[in-house]
Design a protein around this ligand. Structure first.
Ligand code: ZN
Length: 293
């Protein structure tokens, strides 16, 4: 009997990670390559999966994307400012060469799903996952299902209260200027200081300003969704001092209004190492898709 193989495509704005795994969601093979043109990048994904007999693929993409199944543009990357990628029929192109069931969602939803699977032993079914990187994205699961109606959630572009020492900065979001992404994503750090984020000293005020905005996003998530955990992915958040700062601002800003689990548990970095949350989530979503048909 041949083993069931599942596929994962983590379609990031900077790189694609493709993986093949078994039904225990263990990675058997994986490859990553830079996100260039849609034609070249999707062909590389196709070439990778052509080597295996996958039964279904979970695709978690940068966005915005169209996830409404009866929409004319279902499976498309839609209004992204990323050059060449607006209005690209990602799932259509993949399905031309890989005729297997595919589950399509945002990369952050995939990560949220992977973290939920990883916390299965605690029975967690309500989770919010933020990634803080070149952009800010967020995925959310309520009672085991992704939230959303007309589309997927876009909590990375929520509006936030300005930090008193940051009133002169316009923000860098091409759509909103000073939304959360415009004020707290990686490029905002360089726009304020002229120094790339990884080279900014730890004692710079910029970190505390960034943490102040991220803490507000966590408060909004708490007040609207009341999740059991809020996870923060991305390189910046992997630094201990950042989670510490976010928890401090969260506590001060929330001011005891809502009872949460201890903040060391409630506000967390991913439990899956090496950015593996989305891959695990995609495997699980691929299996879910396979079982639903
Ligand atoms: Zn924005």
């Amino acid at each position: 009997m041949s083993e069931l193989l599942l596929g994962s495509i983590e379609a990031g704005g900077t790189k694609f990670v493709c993986a093949v795994g078994n039904d225990l969601f263990q990675v058997e093979e994986s490859v990553s390559f830079p996100t260039t043109t849609p034609e070249e990048t999707l062909q590389r994904a196709v070439d990778f999966f052509k080597q295996y007999q996958v039964s279904a693929i979970g695709v978690g993409s940068f966005g915005p994307i169209d996830i409404i199944r009866n929409s004319k543009t279902y499976g498309y990357v839609t209004t992204t400012p990323k050059p060449n990628w607006a209005n690209v029929d990602m799932i259509g192109i993949l399905k031309k060469s890989l005729d297997v069931p595919m589950y399509f969602t945002t990369d952050v939803n995939s990560s949220a799903y992977g973290e939920m699977i990883a916390y299965d032993n605690l029975g967690i079914k309500n989770i919010v996952y933020f990634t803080i990187g070149t952009g800010i994205g967020a995925g959310a699961i309520q009672n085991g299902q992704f939230i959303g109606g007309i589309s997927h959630a876009e909590m990375g572009h929520q509006f936030v209260k300005r930090h008193a020492n940051d009133l002169d900065f316009d923000g860098v979001c091409p759509f909103h200027g000073d939304c959360l992404e415009g004020l707290a994503a990686g490029p905002s750090l360089e726009a304020r200081t002229g120094i790339r984020g990884e080279n900014i000293p730890m004692d710079s005020d910029v970190w505390d300003i960034q943490a102040y905005y991220i803490a507000q996003a966590a408060i909004s998530a708490t007040l609207t969704l009341a999740p059991e955990k809020i996870i923060f992915g991305g390189g910046v958040m992997a630094q201990d001092h950042m989670m510490h700062r976010v928890r401090k601002h969260f506590k001060e800003l929330l001011n005891g209004y809502v009872v949460t689990p201890p903040l060391e548990d409630y506000l967390q970095i991913p439990s899956i190492v090496n950015n593996g949350s989305a891959t695990l989530g995609n495997f699980a979503l691929a299996l879910r898709e396979l079982k639903s048909i």
